[in-house]
Design a protein around this ligand. Sequence first.
Ligand SMILES: [Zn+2]
Length: 266
Amino acid sequence: MTMEKVFEKLRALQDVLSRKFETQNEMEEIPQALATKVELLNRLKKSYTEKSDDHEEKIRYINDLRNKAIEAERLRESFEKQMDLIQTQREYEALDKEIKDAGEKEQELRRDLQKEEELLDEMKLSLEKEEMMIQQQEEEVKEEQERIKVDIKAKETQLKSLKREEKKITPGLDEEILFKFERIIKNKSGLGIVPVEAGVCTGCHMILTSEYVNVVRRGDGIMFCPNCSRIIFYLGEDEQGDGLEELNTIDEVVEDESDYKDDGEE
Ligand SMILES: [Zn+2]
């Protein structure tokens, strides 16, 4: 295979691989939105359970208060009945005090009961609100799960077709070069093969030595930029016509991503 053919294959492969990695990254990100929603749902459910327990406890407390109020009422009534049997002033005063005390106790219990019942109503309202929020969140989670299923299926189809394309290109290319090339594309935002232009690597703008440029120009084998590790090829004057469009595209990408200059300092 001529070097021209190898470079042509690598450029085609670069396109396929960068789309493949992009799709794989997107697939990894898909479940994140769901995870956030599930987490919120779990928090809501936990809070609901706690509040529900508090609510149950409040009901028990109120029932207890109500029983005590009824008991106090009965006690007061029984004292009041005894009034008919009173014989002396002394007995009267003692019983009158019992009635007053029982009445006060009863009133106090009734007041507490009313206050607690108001609190219970508030708790119930808040519980109902949370119940609705949980329902809503459960629906959202369900919708998200459906959406993810569809998304993942679409991406898997896309990935399969990209892998088929990849298999069509790779035969005849050196395994080790392929391995390196894949890694470069993964790490360098999809750009793994760039032309040398005026002695400069157009991937990272590093000035290459004239000896190195000469080796690249001879085209005896695959050469890597010593700075950014991208595969570099020489764009001869007679090739400028064919490669011009591609070169422009690469230039745009390079200018957009100024961090390429930092590659050598890592
Ligand atoms: Zn470079």
